[in-house]
Design a protein around this ligand. Sequence first.
Ligand code: ATP
Ligand code: MG
Length: 429
Amino acid sequence: MSKSLQAIRGMNDILPEQTPLWRYFEGTVARLLDNYGYKQIRMPIVEFTELFKRSIGEVTDIVEKEMYTFEDRNGDSLTLRPEGTAACVRAVLEHGLTGGGQPQKLWYIGPMFRHERPQKGRYRQFHQIGLEVFNLDGPDIDAELIVLTWRLWGMLGIRDAVKLELNSLGTSESRGRYREALVEFLSGHLDKLDEDSQRRLKTNPLRVLDTKNAETQAVLVDAPKMADYLDEESRIHFEGLKARLDAAGIPYVINPKLVRGLDYYSKTVFEWVTDKLGAQGTVCAGGRYDGLVEQMGGKPTTGVGFAMGIERLILLLETLEQVPEEISRQVDVYFCAFGEAAELAALALSEKLRDQLPNLRLQVNAGAGSFKSQFKKADKSGALYALILGDDELAQQVVSFKPLRGQGEQQSIAFDALTAHLATCIVQG
Ligand code: ATP
Ligand code: MG
């Protein structure tokens, strides 16, 4: 196929055989969030570039090198959203959703775009489910975000494969003091820092803590510790969070080097990581961002949130073989009809069945075909039962009901009795 007719590198089709797992995952999360009282919000996929520069920060990987930015026909600079928080805050401000200090517990789902090097678990179009909570500033809500993800891992059967890492970045004042101490320390070891870290030392020094370079990591062993610079308020907040996680029985490890890539975090930061997916091991990440709303022109409004990467979680479900078998069966009953008269009767009957059994997953054969070919299609559809209608059946006003997966014998059922019969066979979900 010519290059121009292929999908863009790092942007994937999600094929029909994969969508059942996506829908199972998304449905599970949506139900969970409903149950915890979160409300869904849907933002556009494209925003003014300025929004992301202002919120994410100019000297971050995302803004420096990962954004899909283009000029539209009006000459405005627009960007495909690389994450959801910025747009969510923008929407909340634009519509006054946090006016008067009103709390909001929101969630969103959708594609995000970053120009990264595509590899397993890292794509240029990927999908996130994110939560953002506004105007609740205590450790109780930080704990709730973590507790509900823990419940989700339990529902999905992946609890044993993920680990919670936790840190506190303090307030922007205490982080500022720490940043100074770190810069002073690292400046004394410039020659041992990798190139990226040398650059970050000038632009975003906390990100040096995040380095994968062994030599730089060795230098960091003796670096000042963020915990020693934590202000009292942040320390108490962090203790409050840990006490709640302990009470809920959720295991965690403190990772003093956890800083997160985005500029806007304060106090709590956390990541759920797995060692089952190679280098792309973070499946969910977030934290508190008390200064962001104000930085974006709103009244002081606290915020906390996280985003999970759907592709990575789907990969994890597959790797751990936690894909429920029943999700891939999408047909209960397959209707085979032979000849024009039977086809017409089958159509009428099918619509009656759909009226009376609204959850029935009924596939009517299309494109006619011999007994053999229709039967093959019935079997391939995954249906549990086939209905068969030919001239003989039609004359007697019955259909043949045939179990396809070995649950009993074929039998004739009168048109009138069909609904009642199917109702006993099919679980009405
Ligand atoms: P990473 O360190 O892996 O680059 P990040 O810190 O850039 O992640 P966030 O911006 O916090 O990621 O996004 C939250 C989650 O979204 C990540 O933990 C991950 O699961 C997922 N994610 C981020 N970037 C990608 C990507 N390019 N492809 C697939 N999933 C991604
Ligand atoms: Mg990244």
